[in-house]
Design a protein around this ligand. Structure first.
Ligand code: KG4
Ligand code: ZN
Length: 407
C-alpha cells in the first residue's frame, strides 16, 4: 500500500491533469489565426494536434447579399470580429495568452485587406505576450490539414480546389511542394459562385443561405446534365493547368438562350436550373478529374510518389462536393491511388488548419520567428517549386475514362 503522503500526491496530480490549464502547460500550444478571405477563424491546438478550442465567424451571408466578396467589406468584418473570435477560442480552450507557445497566422496568399487585419492583430499579440510568430501559407495549410486527422506520409499528390484557387501539387514536406498545375483564370468555387449568382439561386427556397457551390450541388441532385452538354475545358492542352472562365461563358450563353426561349428577364429563376446545375457540376468535376489523371501519370513516370500506397489528397471548399469526390475516386481507383478527403468542416477555411500548420512547423522547427520580426502579407504567393513547364513538355495523352455517376 502507498503511504498516505504519496497517495495524496497522486490524487493531486490526477486532479491537476484533469484541469485544462495544467494540460495546456504540458504541451506546446499554438494559436492559429485565419483571415485570408471571408472567414475569421481562430483555434488553439496542442502539439499532438488536439483542438483545445476554436471559434469561426463566417461572412458568407453578407457576401451572398452583396453578390460577391467586396474586399473592403470583408476587411471591415474581420476588423469587427477578429478580437472576439480569438478571445472565444482562448476561452473555450481554457488557455491564457501566457500559456501559448506560439501564434501561427495566414500571411499569404489571399485578399490583401483581409490578410492585413490578421497580420496586424497577430503582430501586436505576439509582441505584447512575447511569443514566437509562425507565418502560414494558406494553401500549404489546406494541403496538410488531412495529416491532423490521419497519418498521410510525404510525398503525396494534392488537389486543392476552393473559391480562390485550384492547384495540383506534390507535397514532399511541410514546406516542400512541387507545383504541377494551377488555374489560368478563375477558381472552380468562384465559377460556381458566379453561375449560382447568374441563375439567381439565392431566390430558390432551398438555396437562400447556401454558397454558390453548395446550391449547385443540391440542385444538381435532381437535374439532368445531358440537357446541357458543356465542353470540358482545355481538351487540347496536355498539361495539368485548369481554366474555368470558358465554362462560365458557355453556361452564361445557355442561360441567355433559355431566358429568351422562356421569355423571362435576367434575375428570374429558370425552370431548368437543376439541369444547368448538374451540367455545370459535371463539367467542373470532369475537368478536375482529367487534369488530376494526367498529374498522376506524370508523378508515376517521374517517380514522384511512393510505389506503395500512393495517395491523392483532395481538399479546399469545393472538395466538400460529393459528386466531385466520387468523380475523383473513379480516377484514383483506375490508377491505383488511395483517395483521402478531410471531412467538409476541415475542407473549408478555419483557424484549426492554420494552427495545425503551426504545429507541423513547430515539430520540425521550420519558419518560427521571434516576436519582433517584421513580416508582410502577400496577396499572391505561388506554392512550391514550379514544375508546370516540365509537365507541359511531357504532353501526356490520357486513355479516356468513362465518368458515370448517378446524381
Ligand atoms: O476553401 P474555402 O472555404 O474558401 C476559399 O475560397 O479559400 O472555399 C469556399 C468555396 C466557395 O466558392 C464555395 O462555393 C465552394 O467553396 N464550395 C463548394 C461546396 N461547398 C463550398 N463548391 C462545390 N460544392 C460544395 N458542396
Ligand atoms: Zn481556403
Amino acid at each position: 500500500m502507498f503511504p498516505t503522503k504519496v497517495k495524496r500526491l497522486l490524487q493531486l496530480r490526477h486532479t491537476l491533469w484533469l484541469c485544462p490549464s495544467f494540460k495546456a502547460a504540458c504541451s506546446r500550444l499554438v494559436l492559429g489565426i485565419e483571415t485570408s478571405c471571408d472567414d475569421t477563424g481562430a483555434a488553439v491546438m496542442d502539439e499532438t494536434g488536439k483542438i483545445l478550442g476554436e471559434s469561426l465567424h463566417s461572412q458568407k451571408e453578407v457576401h451572398l447579399r452583396t453578390g460577391g466578396i467586396i474586399p473592403t467589406v470583408a476587411q471591415q468584418l474581420h476588423r469587427e470580429n477578429l478580437e472576439r473570435v480569438v478571445q472565444e477560442a482562448l476561452e473555450r480552450s481554457v488557455v491564457a495568452p501566457s500559456q501559448l507557445f506560439a501564434v501561427a497566422t495566414t500571411v499569404k496568399p489571399g485578399l490583401g485587406l483581409s490578410l492585413g487585419i490578421g497580420l496586424d492583430f497577430s503582430r501586436r499579440f505576439v509582441r505584447r505576450h512575447n511569443k514566437p510568430f509562425i507565418p502560414i501559407h494558406h494553401m500549404e495549410a489546406h494541403a496538410l490539414t488531412v495529416r491532423m486527422l490521419q497519418p498521410v506520409p510525404f510525398p503525396f499528390l494534392v488537389l486543392l480546389v476552393s473559391g480562390g484557387h485550384s492547384l495540383l501539387a506534390v507535397a514532399r514536406g511541410v514546406d516542400d511542394f512541387l507545383l504541377l498545375g494551377h488555374s489560368m483564370d478563375e477558381a472552380p468555387g468562384d465559377t460556381m459562385d458566379k453561375v449560382a449568382r447568374r441563375l439567381s439561386l439565392i431566390k430558390h427556397p432551398q438555396c437562400s443561405t447556401l454558397s454558390g457551390g453548395q446550391a449547385i450541388e443540391l440542385l444538381a441532385k435532381d437535374g439532368d446534365r445531358a440537357r446541357f452538354p458543356f465542353r470540358t475545358p482545355m481538351g487540347q492542352t496536355y498539361d495539368c493547368c485548369f481554366s474555368f472562365a470558358g465554362l462560365r461563358n458557355q453556361v452564361n450563353m445557355a442561360i441567355m438562350k433559355k431566358e429568351a426561349e422562356e421569355g423571362v428577364e435576367q434575375g428570374t429563376l429558370l425552370s431548368c436550373v437543376q439541369d444547368i446545375a448538374a451540367a455545370t457540376q459535371h463539367t467542373v468535376a470532369s475537368h478536375l478529374a482529367k487534369r488530376t489523371h494526367r498529374a498522376i501519370v506524370f508523378c508515376k513516370e517521374n517517380g514522384l510518389l511512393p510505389s506503395s500506397n500512393p495517395t491523392l489528397v483532395l481538399s479546399g471548399g469545393v472538395a466538400s462536393n460529393q459528386y466531385i469526390r466520387k468523380t475523383l475516386s473513379i480516377i484514383t481507383e483506375t490508377t491505383g491511388l488511395h483517395l483521402v478527403c478531410p471531412p467538409a468542416e476541415f475542407c473549408t477555411d478555419n483557424g484549426v488548419m492554420i494552427a495545425w500548420n503551426g504545429v507541423e512547423r513547430l515539430r520540425e522547427g521550420k519558419g518560427i520567428l521571434p516576436p519582433n520580426v517584421d513580416v508582410s502579407y502577400e496577396p499572391k504567393a505561388p506554392l512550391g517549386v514550379d514544375m508546370i513547364a516540365e509537365v507541359r513538355a511531357a504532353a501526356i495523352r490520357l486513355p479516356s475514362i468513362r465518368i458515370k455517376i448517378p446524381n
